[in-house]
Design a protein around this ligand. Structure first.
Ligand SMILES: [Zn+2]
Length: 88
């Protein structure tokens, strides 16, 4: 198992991540935050999944209610993506 360097979770700023693999038709890898369960973009390549996670936009300037709204929208986007998920 390879060691990766993860950027903090964009959702909760947590630093405890793992790479999960799910196999349906293809084996898809995605980084998941152990603290809040946020899942990053899926990829057929594990390294690419980590890279995509590390490139996710982070909003250190948002706080309080503003941050909650950003997180709510991110969760909504995530939900929409999961409704139409095709491995790239
Ligand atoms: Zn998190």
């Amino acid at each position: 198992m390879q060691e990766y360097t993860f950027e903090p979770c964009p959702y909760c700023n947590g630093s405890n991540m793992l790479v999960e693999s799910s196999r349906t038709k293809f084996e898809v890898h995605a980084v998941r935050c152990r603290k809040c369960d946020m899942q990053g973009p899926g990829s057929l390549c594990e390294e690419k999944a980590v890279d995509l996670w590390n490139r996710l936009p982070r909003f250190p300037l948002f706080q309080g209610a503003e941050a909650s709204e950003v997180m709510r929208l991110l969760a909504l986007i995530r939900e929409l993506e999961s409704c139409a998920r095709f491995p790239l």
